[in-house]
Structure formats: C-alpha cells, structure tokens
Ligand binder design. Structure first.
Ligand SMILES: Cc1cc2nc3c(=O)[nH]c(=O)nc-3n(C[C@H](O)[C@H](O)[C@H](O)COP(=O)(O)OP(=O)(O)OC[C@H]3O[C@@H](n4cnc5c(N)ncnc54)[C@H](O)[C@@H]3O)c2cc1C
Length: 388
C-alpha cells in the first residue's frame, strides 16, 4: 500500500473489487475473448456495485469519490488480463460518461447518466473517423440544424462499445468553415433511424466490441446538443487529460501484472539445474523491468493527485501515456521472453497481454501525436487552457 495516496478505505475497496472480479468476471473471460463481446449481465452487476459511479455526482446516483478509487478500478481491471473487457468498462465509465457529466444538462444526466451508473445503459464515445483520427479537428461528420432538430451525416470508426451500446456520444461539425470552433458534441439513442454499426476484427482487445458506425440522415432533437454549440473541440481536448492518464495507469498496471507473473514463473521453472531467478542475466533484466514499472506508477499517482486537486494536467497526462505505454509494451515483450516457449502459448497470460498492450501507443492519441503536443508545450512554450 502506498499510504501517500491510498487510505485504508481505498485498500478495502481494492480488496473487495478484486474479490468481485475473481468471482464474477474471471470465470467468463475466456468465453468473452472467444466471442468477441461481453455479456450484458456483467454491466448490470458493475452498476449494482456502484463501480460505474465512483467519480460521478451523488445527485445522479454516483458515489462522488476521489480519483484514487478510479485508479484502483483501472489497475485491478488490467490485472484480470483482458484488455478488451477492461476497455469496455472504462470506455463506458471514463470516455462516454465523462462527457455526459461535464456537458450534459439535467435532463441528459437523468436520462443517460443515471442509467449508465446503474449499468442499465451502455455508452460509447465517437470521435475517430475512417479518414483520420489524429487530426480530430479535420473530422468530416456534419450536424446541420433544421428547425428543432439536427441532422447528422458521416461515419466513425474504431469505436469501443460501438455495436451494443445503447447511446452514442458523437462529435460532429456544426460549422465546416471553422476548423476548431466548428465542432459540437451530441448524444443520440442507438435506435434512432439511420445509425448502423459494423463490428471490426482486430489483433487484441478481443473481448471488446469495436465498430465502424455510419450516420445516414440521422435526425435528433436539438436539445441533444451537449454543452455549447462550437465548443466540441475544447471539450474533447479537456477530457483527453483524464483519458490519457487512464491509459497511462492501465499501462503501468498491466506491466506490473507481467512482472508479478514472471517472478512466480522464474521461481518455479528450472534450467541447467537451478531456478530461472538464480541466473544473473535474468535477474538484471527483471530488476530493470521492475524499476521501470515503479517509475511510471509513481509518476502516474502523482499526476492523479494533481488532477484530483483540480489542476489542469494536459502536459503531464500526455507524458504519462507516452512513456507508460512504451514501457508496458517493452516490459511485456521481455516478460514473454522470460517464459520461453510457454510465453507464446495461449494457455499462458503473456500472449494475450502482449497483443492487448500494443493498442496503448495507438488509441486515444498516438505516441507521435502526443510528442507533437508535448513538443509544443516544452519547446514552443504553448499553454493549453481548460475550456470555459
Ligand atoms: C481497438 C481500438 C479502440 C478504439 N476506441 C476508440 C473509441 O472508443 N472512440 C474513438 O473515437 N476512437 C477510438 N479509437 C481510435 C484511436 O483513437 C485512433 O486509432 C487514433 O487516434 C489514431 O487515429 P488513426 O487510426 O486514424 O491514425 P492516423 O491519424 O491515420 O495516423 C496514422 C499514423 O500516422 C501518424 N501521424 C498522424 N499524424 C501525424 C503527425 N502530425 N505527425 C506525426 N505522425 C502522425 C500516427 O501517429 C499514426 O502512426 C480506437 C482505436 C482502436 C484501434
């Protein structure tokens, strides 16, 4: 326990969440990985336990807890070793629901946020488009106001929970002339005519439902605009700080899982008459892996603390994701090597972990884009400010 950040209450929560995952989730993971989707009942169970409402306002059914409960939620989800299952859960709770909470009005919160907390409605966040994801402001999906409605046309891709979510939080252009100020955020029900989804096949995150989504003259009520028209880009950028920190925390947690697993394996496995953990070359490798995990974890905790205290940590969260996801890929690659041939086998955890980890430097802002952003802040002294 790191008592600088975690109290006894936090640790009690960690233990009960771990127990819950072992009992309710782990027995189903192999099936969900094979089926490419998770069953609906688990969403309801998460909702009943309050896990989707950790950081949400009590007024709408949340628990209003500090960010370190979220840190624990993310870490323990990673340790189940299904990046896809974890992604379903955190994309709902920390991508879609963050927009509902920050930009939704009271009606939207009652209609979507409360059922999301209770596990009755599942959400997805639709930003990336087939024509390009990194250039967020260059998106082509349009929302044209006609009377008391908006008409949406366009397409999105790689959307987590994109097939079976009940509602979609969608970014679209309301003014094509203005690249940055012409974007807005909308909420729409899945069953609105004109929305169609196609499931995508992928390298990892196999238990996660990832989709391409088309909008063909989708008519939604004008009051489904979230926040102010034209403020979509700053809202997205603002929430990227949390999203990137989430991905940084996920990365240190899965790397930590890899190191822990390898320690147990090396103790048991023998070569040339002694256990693997007695070979100096391997001991040094593990020492370096463990050190790198520790460095990232402690950095991520300190940024979580600053975010929790209300600071705008866009630079630090970008750095966290950049280096933690790189570290995780490298540590997991080495961990697989330490298992020899068993590392390559599906019955052992490293094969899936390696596949799932590879998304870290791609999703939610690629490493190249993060370097661009960090370079602007470090070299050009550009200052990003929160949306007002
Ligand atoms: C499994 C999965 C789940 C996802 N979930 C979601 C989701 O729920 N919602 C959502 O909106 N999106 C989601 N994404 C999309 C993800 O955020 C994008 O894939 C990512 O932002 C990159 O966009 P792109 O794939 O269009 O790559 P591109 O933008 O086409 O980039 C291609 C390559 O060029 C590089 N590049 C681009 N521009 C520059 C530049 N200026 N300088 C240097 N290099 C550059 C990129 O780093 C990358 O290596 C998901 C993706 C995956 C794979």
């Amino acid at each position: 326990m790191n008592s600088m950040y975690f109290t006894e209450e936090h640790e009690a929560f960690r233990q009960s969440f771990k127990d819950f995952l072992q009992k309710e989730v782990v027995p189903h993971i192999d099936k969900w990985e094979k089926d490419g989707t998770v069953e609906r009942f688990i969403w309801k169970k998460f909702g009943e336990m309050g896990y989707f409402g950790l950081n949400q306002p009590e007024e709408y059914g949340g628990l209003g807890l500090d960010l370190f409960y979220t840190v624990i939620f993310l870490e323990e989800l990673q340790k189940v070793n299904s990046g896809g299952f974890a992604a379903n859960m955190w994309a709902h709770a920390y991508l879609a629901m963050t927009h509902l909470n920050k930009e939704g009005d009271d009606r939207i919160k009652r209609e979507y946020l409360t059922p999301s907390i209770e596990g009755d409605k599942i959400g997805c966040l639709c930003i990336t488009e087939p024509f390009g994801g990194s250039d967020v402001a260059g998106m082509r999906t349009t929302a044209v106001k006609k009377g008391d409605k908006y008409v949406i046309n366009g397409s999105k891709t790689f959307i987590t929970n994109g097939v079976y979510s009940d509602y979609l939080v969608v970014a679209a252009k309301t003014n094509l002339e203005d690249k940055h100020k012409g974007m807005s955020i909308f909420i729409m029900d899945r069953n609105t005519p004109g929305i169609s989804s196609t499931k995508l096949d992928k390298l990892g995150w196999r238990a996660s439902d990832t989709a391409e989504i088309a909008f063909d003259n989708v008519e939604i009520p004008a009051e489904n605009l979230m926040g102010e028209e034209g403020m979509g880009f700053p809202y997205i950028m603002q929430h990227f700080a949390l999203e990137r920190l989430v991905m940084g925390i996920n990365a240190h947690a899965r790397a930590e899982y890899a190191v822990d697993y390898v320690l147990g394996y090396m103790k048991e496995r023998e070569a040339f008459g002694r256990s693997l953990d007695k070979f100096q070359a391997l001991r040094h490798k593990v020492a370096e892996m463990a050190s790198r995990v520790d460095m990232c974890r402690e950095y991520n905790y300190s940024i979580a603390k600053r975010l929790n205290d209300g600071n705008y940590v866009v630079k630090e969260a970008s750095m966290s994701k950049l280096l933690s996801t790189k570290m995780a890929d490298e540590v997991i690659y080495e961990a697989l090597q330490l298992l020899g041939g068993y590392g390559y086998m599906e019955e052992y955890p490293m094969a899936r972990l390696l596949r799932d980890s590879r998304l870290g430097p791609i999703g939610g802002g690629t490493s190249e884009i993060l370097k661009e952003i960090i370079a602007k802040m470090v070299i050009d002294k550009k200052e990003y400010k929160p949306a007002t």
